[in-house]
Design a protein around this ligand. Sequence first.
Ligand SMILES: *[C@@H]1O[C@H](CO)[C@@H](O)[C@H](O)[C@H]1NC(C)=O
Ligand SMILES: *[C@@H]1O[C@H](CO)[C@@H](O)[C@H](O)[C@H]1NC(C)=O
Ligand SMILES: *[C@@H]1O[C@H](CO)[C@@H](O)[C@H](O)[C@H]1NC(C)=O
Length: 255
Amino acid sequence: MKLSSALLLLTSAVLGVRPSSAQGEPKYLEVGTTLTLEPDVSTVPRPINSIRWKYGTALVVDWDPSGHTYYGSFKGRTTLDPQTLRLDINRLTLADSGQFSLETNLGTVGSHEVNVIKPPPTPSIKTQTLCNVSCDLKCTADTQDLGPVSYEWKEDEGKWTEGDTLKNISSSDTPEKLFCRLKTRVRTSNTSLPMENPLYKPPGAATEGGAVAGPTSSPGVTEDGTRGAVTEGGAVAGPTSSPGVTEDGRRGELI
Ligand SMILES: *[C@@H]1O[C@H](CO)[C@@H](O)[C@H](O)[C@H]1NC(C)=O
Ligand SMILES: *[C@@H]1O[C@H](CO)[C@@H](O)[C@H](O)[C@H]1NC(C)=O
Ligand SMILES: *[C@@H]1O[C@H](CO)[C@@H](O)[C@H](O)[C@H]1NC(C)=O
């Protein structure tokens, strides 16, 4: 993610110093939506007697003062405004991905890379290995025809954080549930169903066998003599008064 933002910055920087005819950043659009390509008409030499939008080497539309001609699969869903040179193509399909370029009687104006992608599917989380001390979780989805995707993970009620398709959790992680979602260049998917953390241990259970206090427990707790004694909620008094204790207590009631 750092790399891609760096690339994006680099790309914008490069584009910033290039003349207006330069190719813009690749555009990403979803199937079924409308592509609009609108050159900065003030930079286009005049007088314009003919306009031609091309898709690769094929024609999308050409125009001269006698009228428009639309071509092939673009017929019936495309509009060229000869005043602004703006091209609109409706009902995009995956097959519309490619290079669109604009020429007038005075030469090439510029080109645009267009990527038509599918809407992001809702991913699911799979465990890749037997989970013991650590565990690899994978955020899975059919990523074909999505273009570049990135992943985000969330633990319990925490914040979404960027990550990889794989997430390595270990028994020192404490979330009870994990969630993932994916992002295309167009938007963010729905959230996966929650994954129960296979390594999650309810805090109450740890004390069942008379767990030994960690070496970092505060002296106060060691001396108070109540450790190991189960409270009515089933929770053990913790060494700290963090909000987690309350949550643990609640959880203990459920077990
Ligand atoms: C995402 O959630 C919305 C609202 O619940 C639902 O309408 C839509 O179908 C979901 N999208 C996918 C890809 O499951
Ligand atoms: C996983 O758990 C088993 C059984 O508790 C244990 O014998 C083993 O050392 C643990 N680690 C691995 C990598 O299997
Ligand atoms: C996951 O993390 C554990 C400990 O942090 C490590 O031993 C294990 O090799 C990691 N697994 C992978 C696939 O990186």
